[in-house]
Write a protein that binds this ligand. Structure first.
Ligand code: ZN
Length: 307
């Protein structure tokens, strides 16, 4: 490729590759002065995806600056420190932080430890308020007022799902995370119902934490990114469900499926079909419920796909 054509990305990558070697040789001190001196003439590219939206249920992209190896970042959620996804290279690392729907608007931060030494530092960000609308749904009464048996089943499944959601693999099965831009897993009308405060048969329940895509039962669903199957099950509310692990705490879930054509441990390429749309679990009709999770926070899938 001729230099300085309007194709900044490969050019920037080449420049970075060259600089990575330099950085390794220099064994930069942790201080920002050395780091600034080593920066390329053009600013490095932060990741383009997902889009930033610093509200409950959104995503923050926080610059962590240069470092020879990937920094370790953590977000405090409840009483737990949860590892955070970090992408980039020695020139520029970026933390991609999921903001829980239950987050209180205002000041927030993650903690960052450089893998090559130095103490923990805090990287602050701000969560803006967002008022999600209320949605009233009429469903089968047995899926709102649970029998003792159904309640016990639900609690077992909730505990199992919590274990699935805690999955954190350093490297995804398909190799290092490249782009976090996802392809839409099934064609169809996409709801903008993420975050809606839901009222089932007049009773308030958890907010809607995913995107609904209307499609006929049996429509194939494809993996939006390379990933590994980490759960396949049939659950009381979610019906036929598959979870994929895309690496570093980026997970995706597919619910109400009519067919699940994979097993735990299977590795999928982006665009590979692995299950089919259905109407199982608590639904009002066939559709895919698609969830995307970062650092154990369900975030708006719309931020990961082209509009
Ligand atoms: Zn849904």
């Amino acid at each position: 490729m001729p230099p300085f054509r309007a194709c900044p990305r490969p050019l920037a990558l080449n420049r970075r590759t060259a600089l990575l070697g330099t950085l390794g040789l220099l064994a930069l001190p942790a201080g920002p002065a050395g780091a600034t001196a080593a920066r390329p003439a053009h600013p490095p590219h932060p990741p383009d995806w997902p889009r930033t939206l610093q509200v409950p249920g959104g995503v923050a992209r926080l610059s962590l600056g240069p470092a020879a190896t990937r920094p370790v970042a953590q977000a405090r959620q409840g009483n737990t420190d949860v590892p955070v996804l970090v992408v980039g290279d020695a020139i520029e690392w970026t933390a991609v932080v999921g903001i829980p729907l239950a987050a209180v608007p205002g000041d927030a931060h993650i903690s960052v430890v450089q893998a090559d030494g130095g103490g923990a530092r805090q990287v602050p960000y701000t969560v803006a308020p967002k008022q999600y609308q209320e949605q009233h749904l009429k469903v089968s009464p047995r899926t709102v007022d649970l029998s003792p048996e159904d309640q016990a089943r639900y609690e077992r499944e909730r505990d199992h799902q919590a274990q699935v959601m805690a999955t954190f693999s350093e490297q995804p099965a398909g190799g290092a995370l490249q782009s976090l831009r996802m392809q839409v897993p099934v064609p169809g009308r996409r709801s903008s119902s993420f975050g809606l405060r839901r009222v089932f048969n007049g009773q308030a329940r958890n907010p809607h934490s995913g995107m609904d895509i209307a499609a006929a039962t049996g429509t194939p669903i494809v993996a939006p990114l390379p990933g590994k199957v980490i759960d396949v099950g049939d659950y009381f509310f979610n019906g036929g469900t598959v979870w994929l692990d895309h690496g570093q705490g980026l997970l995706s879930m597919y619910c109400h499926l009519s067919s699940m054509d994979v097993r735990v441990g299977d590795v999928l390429k982006a665009g590979e079909a692995f299950c089919k749309v259905g109407a199982t679990g608590r639904v009002t009709g066939p559709h895919l419920h698609w969830g995307v999770m970062l650092n154990r926070a369900m975030v708006d899938p719309a931020l990961f796909v082209p509009a």
